[in-house]
Write a protein that binds this ligand. Structure first.
Ligand code: OSB
Ligand code: MG
Length: 370
């Protein structure tokens, strides 16, 4: 496949309901899409970067700039045989994993179309159905949170994850457990705690959580290992794992017993598969995280979740939880038993809705060699 041109687009997509984490509240997503034009094929990718540099250093304006100015020129005019050829072509740029992932994943997306095979199969997946959980943000009141949980359980979701931070944790978990003693429940702190909170976090053990996600600093393995030794509950790392090498370091140190794999955070499908493989070698389960993606990123998350060691329910949930109207067809849907059926069709298996995309687009630029 020769990369003839690359289009970047920013879409403005209001969320059905705001999403709040320990680092802030989002009402409207700015979605960055890239399209690789190669040999008459279009591969689509989504950059998971947030509106601001709060989950990680990356954010949409920076990602746009590094893609247009540095990354796209490294691919333009190149002939690539596979999505897995892309990381080495982009390696000279340090960091910017979410920007790189958008391009690499678009190349895998195109490759799956060219080979007339489902993307999930190309990635090495085997699951025909994936288990779906939900991530529920911090709400205006405890009642509002309990109502949301009730709705999601009624919809069939297999695991509830709630966001926590100091002041929105023990009391909340107490109320959830009082009402639903048995459900699969986890919490995600997005780095809201420090070592001063050790005793406090240890008190979460009584809630029999499936895991506590990323309680400490976003770049730390060492103190998570120390905390893990003090806890009965499994720790799960999200922010801290940016590569397969990180996964290996974390697992050797004992920093966590579960890993959240986000394809954007680790820089694309190749590295995500490598993280999956490292965890599998250590006997550690992984699950697929989400970044409030549109249908493009969401469909890629579905494909990734079909790999064998994605054995825990992920944060990959239905389009309608986020969007009034998604940009793919069919939209991502979840069964009454909380699972997503993996499409048999070639490529990503969810077609782009061009009219909806152009209605939502607020800026667009095509980069090509003159
Ligand atoms: O830490 O998993 C996270 C959303 C934005 C940034 C970070 C995170 C999240 C989520 C939502 O938890 C997952 C989703 O439903 O897409
Ligand atoms: Mg997280």
């Amino acid at each position: 496949m020769k990369v003839e041109a690359i289009t970047v687009r920013e879409l403005k997509m209001p969320l059905v309901h705001f999403f709040e984490t320990s680092f802030g509240r989002t009402y409207t997503r700015r979605i960055l899409l890239v399209t690789l034009h190669c040999d008459g094929l279009e591969g689509w990718g989504e950059c998971a970067a947030g509106e601001g540099p709060f989950f990680s250093e990356e954010y949409i304006d920076g990602a746009w700039d590094v893609i247009v100015r540095h990354l796209a020129p490294m691919l333009l005019g190149k002939t690539i045989a596979a999505g897995s050829d892309v990381p080495s072509l982009l390696a000279r740029v340090r960091g910017h994993p979410m920007a790189k992932a958008a391009l690499e994943n678009a190349a895998w997306d195109a490759e799956a179309q060219e080979r007339a095979t489902p993307l999930w199969r190309l990635l090495g997946g085997t699951r025909r159905e994936i288990a779906s959980g939900v991530s529920i943000g911090i709400q205006d009141s405890h009642e509002q949170l309990l109502e949301k949980i009730e709705t999601e359980l009624a919809a069939g979701y297999q695991r509830i994850k709630v966001k926590v931070k100091p002041g929105w944790d023990v009391e909340v978990l107490e109320k959830i457990r009082a009402r639903w003693p048995q459900i699969l429940l986890s919490c995600d702190a997005n780095s809201a705690y420090t070592l001063d909170d050790e005793e406090h976090v240890k008190s979460f053990d009584r809630f029999k959580l499936l895991m506590i996600e990323q309680p400490l600093w976003s770049d730390d393995f060492f103190f998570h290992a120390r905390l893990q030794k003090q806890l009965q509950t499994a720790l799960c790392l999200d922010e801290a794992i940016r590569s397969a090498r990180d996964a290996e370091a974390a697992l050797e140190l004992g920093s966590c017993r579960i890993i959240n794999v986000k394809v954007g955070r680790v820089g694309g499908f190749s590295e995500a598969i490598a993280v999956h493989d490292v965890a599998q070698r250590f006997g550690i389960p992984v699950w697929c995280g989400g970044m409030l993606e549109s249908g493009i990123g969401r469909s890629h998350n579905v494909a990734l979740s079909t790999l064998a060691n994605f054995s825990l329910p992920g944060d990959v949930s239905a389009s309608k939880r986020y969007w009034k109207e998604d940009i793919v067809e069919p939209e991502i849907e979840v069964s009454r038993h909380g699972s997503i059926a993996v499409p048999e069709t070639h490529g990503r298996g969810f077609e782009v809705r061009r009219e909806v995309i152009s209605e939502l687009t607020v800026r667009q630029q095509t980069v090509k060699n003159s």
